[in-house]
Ligand binder design. Structure first.
Ligand code: DAT
Ligand code: MG
Length: 168
């Protein structure tokens, strides 16, 4: 079954909506197989956003710097969620990077508002609540970066009755 990394960013924790966001993932039947609160170091975030996420080449140095500053503004909650094509499903639920463009019904669209223009004009990061792995390659690298193998759990949920895999 596919796994993906979700990080509830400092703005989600400080606004007190971590539970509401997690509930959305639970409601669709995604399984929490890893969860922890932590205050990641600059080096940890650098590896996440640049070595894995290639953010400087994709978004520019300034966007990278303000994002790291924002991610350092307080603790985060890191989650590993598991489910059928979980990476794409979670990205759909999270919505577009820019809250202004994120559709209603998505987490970013329902709980945040901010534009690239406003962020750029004010030299601030985009408080878009959630990080979610962009594809399966990124997910594998990110999960290994944020979690040790012993922090990932195996158990059965009630939902698995409805997402059965072939008996081998
Ligand atoms: P996503 O988080 O949707 O995968 P990304 O990987 O391209 O988007 O960028 C990582 C984060 O960086 C994103 O969630 C918000 C922030 N960011 C991106 N572009 C930015 C910009 N122009 N100004 C400020 N923050 C930006
Ligand atoms: Mg990304």
């Amino acid at each position: 079954m596919e796994k993906t990394l979700v990080v509830l960013k400092p703005d989600a924790i400080q606004r007190g909506i971590a539970g509401e966001i997690l509930t959305r993932f639970e409601k669709v039947g995604l399984k929490i197989v890893g969860a922890k609160m932590l205050a990641p170091s600059y080096d940890h975030l650098y590896h996440h956003y640049e070595n894995i996420g290639k953010m400087v080449s994709r978004r520019g140095q300034k966007a990278f710097d303000v994002t790291l500053a924002m991610m350092n503004a307080g603790p985060v909650i890191a989650l590993v969620l598991e489910g059928v094509e979980a990476v794409a499903l979670v990205r759909k639920m999270v919505g577009a990077t820019e809250p202004k463009s994120a559709l209603p019904g998505t987490i970013r669209g329902d709980y945040s508002h901010m534009s690239f223009g406003h962020a750029d004009a004010n030299d601030v990061g985009i408080p878009n609540l959630v990080h979610a792995s962009g594809d399966t390659t990124e997910a594998a690298l990110e999960i290994a970066h944020w979690f040790s193998e012993s922090e990932i759990y195996t158990y059965e949920t009630a939902h698995e009755k409805f997402t059965q895999t072939k008996k081998k």
